[in-house]
Design a protein around this ligand. Structure first.
Ligand SMILES: NC(=O)c1ccc[n+]([C@@H]2O[C@H](COP(=O)([O-])OP(=O)(O)OC[C@H]3O[C@@H](n4cnc5c(N)ncnc54)[C@H](O)[C@@H]3O)[C@@H](O)[C@H]2O)c1
Ligand SMILES: [Zn+2]
Length: 677
């Protein structure tokens, strides 16, 4: 057997396997670009060796065999594929072939359409009603998926008007718009369910469901791009006009369809759509040019798997194969640790990609990816490139497991991953260089230390010039440091120093809030201060002690606990509160008195707030009740002492009535608060 023959047989075999995975299982293992390369190689070899022709070669066939779970539907006219061109030269050759077959150089009009990336369906309307829907299948026999298609809102069950033929077969593409796809995957990811690799697979997988209730929940859309068998008179003389008639009957047609003249017109259309590719609400893998006049289409005819009168002009692929060289861990501005794939550079959709996100540890586990693997990288729209899948059959022997670090690569603090949360985070918020800017902005914000005159632009400069690395450095700034900054005159520098000085006198609650511990908002900071009275006590508290504070749950307790276990955070806190004579920043606050029992008249009681309060904000009421020793809970139970029902109170009020719990309106609440003030 010679080399060419061996290669042809190997390619046919390989492509057959890929077809099965793609068309039958809706689960391709290689990107389309790889499939297309192999197919082109096969076609070229078969052309060079006509003696090896085989009608059963994948190059001669359409799609894949229909699955027996669905009823068979025979297509009255075969549903074919499309030939494709990848460059201007190939487009020019396509036009030349048309001219020579038609025996004329007269310019040809084309109907230009986006090439939607979904799957082809045939819709049969009888007397204007949808009676049958089928997939393309192998081109001559498809799968009956009528019930599923009925759930797609874009597809009319009845046609508008009355001038439609008694029997009309419409063809078009079912696809999943990008937003719906991203959202569906996001939900699946958060539940640990299966994630689809791309919108095409998602559309195919959703449509070929045995239970149409599943299909109904999927965000599928549809555009039609042609007709099959039609009773009676043809619907028009040109393809473009036929699409307009379909539109008139309520069938969706892409608003991007245009009639253009000659190759130049096609190129113009191609460039325009390619420029806008990322802004379109759905994915396309190219554009399609169809000879517009039906009489010319008929003269041109078909080859085995595609019409001669149309071609797809493919766009640069959005998925490519490359190798995962390494994984680095990036620390975001709020401490989130993101694994970033370092890839062998590869062009994807027109841009060389060498980094891609791996999201988080769950995603790495879901992909089962290892360093050294061949992976499919996907770059679509404005979304950052992602590793979509691993080509397991190409895993090298020396592939390495990806180790998630235990310490922050930037500041060496512990990495914390709270149960039930996908994201791992650096706990060195006060010190970590990656989180510096955010930490300082939060520290100086109004509800924290309220440092007037320290705006975002100034913080950016202070951080960039490394004048400030932690909040403690703010208090070490000199007049000279400040006047060197952009937009900072002598006067504003003096003012800023004065407001820094003023900020030295604060409260324990504000100070705790200013530290920027995850999920410790104003209310929690208040509760911590009131409960522990001193900073030392908060720092020393273990998880159990923290859980005793009102409104502090397991997760918040852990965030606080880990925060104060990081030596670097503690260094900064210490520097902030050390006396100035000892080189510290000298932050201080009035000592807190333990609240006497009689100052807590509501101790031991649990309140629930429901409905709209008109005179006080919910958070003010909450703080006021807490100050009197009450707990404020989110739901009504037998343990609830009293429900405060504002306007339009709903189910919580009903429940309180059922349980016979005391109910108080807003006026009564105000009276209660006034009594104890
Ligand atoms: N990754 C894999 O393993 C794998 C396997 C098989 C096929 N594939 C991909 O599928 C392609 C071949 O599939 P194909 O035979 O469906 O051909 P195709 O997708 O290249 O073109 C034909 C199809 O385009 C669609 N289409 C979208 N817009 C259209 C429009 N305006 N007018 C007409 N048709 C339109 C129709 O569904 C039609 O059936 C390959 O090029 C490859 O990219 C990939
Ligand atoms: Zn860090």
């Amino acid at each position: 057997m010679n080399d060419a023959k061996a290669r042809i047989l190997a390619l046919r075999d390989q492509l057959e396997t890929y077809n099965e995975q793609y068309y039958v299982a809706d689960a391709p293992t290689v990107p389309d670009a790889e499939y297309d390369r192999l197919m082109r190689e096969l076609v070229a070899l078969e052309q060079a060796h006509p003696e090896l022709f085989d009608a059963a070669s994948p190059s001669q066939k359409v799609g894949g065999a229909p699955v027996s779970a669905f009823p068979e539907v025979r297509h009255a006219l075969p549903m074919l594929s499309l030939d494709n061109v990848f460059s201007e030269e190939e487009l020019s050759a396509f036009e030349k072939r048309l001219h020579s077959r038609l025996g004329s150089d007269a310019p040809i009009e084309f109907c230009c359409e986006p090439k939607l990336d979904g799957l082809a369906v045939s819709l049969l309307y009888e007397q204007g009603r949808l009676v049958q829907a089928a997939t393309r299948g192998d081109g001559s026999t498809g799968e009956g998926i009528t019930e599923n298609v009925r759930t797609i809102k874009a597809i009319p069950l009845r046609l508008r008007g009355d001038d439609w033929p008694a029997r009309l077969e419409v063809r078009g593409e079912v696809f999943m718009p990008s937003a719906g796809f991203e959202q569906m995957n996001e939900t699946a990811r958060s539940r640990g369910d299966k994630v689809f690799a791309n919108p095409r697979n998602a559309a195919a997988g959703s449509l070929r469901q045995l239970d149409s209730r599943v299909t109904a929940k999927r965000p599928l859309a549809f555009y039609c791009y042609g007709v099959g068998l039609v009773d009676g008179e043809p619907l028009g003389e040109c393809h473009f006009d036929i699409l307009q008639r379909l539109k008139g009957w309520g069938l969706p047609v892409s608003p991007e369809v245009r009639r253009m003249a000659g190759r130049a017109g096609c190129e113009q259309y191609h460039d325009d759509i390619l420029n806008r590719r990322d802004q379109l609400p759905y994915e396309i893998d190219g554009v399609v040019y169809k000879v517009d006049e039906l009489a010319l289409q008929e003269r041109l005819g078909f080859v085995a798997r595609a019409p001669r009168w149309a071609t797809a002009h493919k766009f640069p692929a959005q998925e490519e194969l490359t190798r995962l060289l390494n994984v680095e861990f990036q620390v975001g501005r709020t401490g989130a640790i993101t694994p970033v794939a370092k890839l062998e550079p590869v062009p994807v959709a027109g841009v060389v990609v060498s980094n891609a996100t791996l999201h988080n540890a769950d995603e790495i586990a879901r992909l089962g990816v290892m360093i050294g693997d061949t992976v499919i990288v996907r770059r679509a729209g404005d979304v950052i490139p992602q590793v979509a899948a691993v080509v397991l059959e190409r895993r090298p022997e020396d592939a390495r497991t990806i180790e998630f670090p235990a310490r922050c690569p930037v500041c060496d603090s512990d990495i914390e991953r709270i149960e039930g949360e996908a994201v791992a985070r650096c706990t060195g918020g006060l010190f970590c260089a990656a989180q510096r800017k955010e930490a300082i902005k939060h520290f100086s914000s109004r509800k924290a230390l309220d440092i007037e005159g320290l705006g975002t632009k100034i913080i950016d400069q202070l951080v960039a010039l490394e004048l400030v690395k932690t909040p403690a450095d703010l208090f070490r700034l000199s007049h000279q440091d400040l006047v060197g900054l952009e937009r900072m005159g002598d006067k504003s520098a003096t003012k800023l120093l004065a407001s820094l000085d003023k900020a030295r006198t604060t409260t324990l609650a504000r100070f705790l809030y200013a530290l920027g511990i995850r999920e410790v908002g104003e209310a929690t900071a208040n509760n911590l201060a009131r409960h522990f009275l001193t900073l030392e006590a908060v720092i020393g508290a273990d998880i159990e002690a923290l859980l005793a504070v009102s409104d502090v749950g397991e997760i918040v307790a852990k965030h606080i606990y880990y925060f104060f276990r990081q030596p670097h955070n503690l260094e900064v806190v210490q520097a902030l509160v050390d006396a100035r004579e000892q080189g510290g920043c000298g932050l201080h606050w009035p000592a807190m008195e333990p609240v006497a029992a009689d100052a807590q008249p509501l101790a031991g009681q649990t309140f629930v707030l429901t409905g709209t309060l008109t005179q006080l904000s919910r958070s003010d009421v909450k703080s006021a009740l807490q100050a009197l020793g009450a707990k404020v809970a989110g739901s009504v139970s037998a343990k609830t002492s009293c429900v405060v029902a504002g306007e339009a109170a709903g189910s919580k009020l009903v429940k309180a009535q059922e349980l016979g719990i005391d109910i108080m309106d807003e006026d009564a609440l105000l009276a209660l608060l006034a009594e104890h003030s």
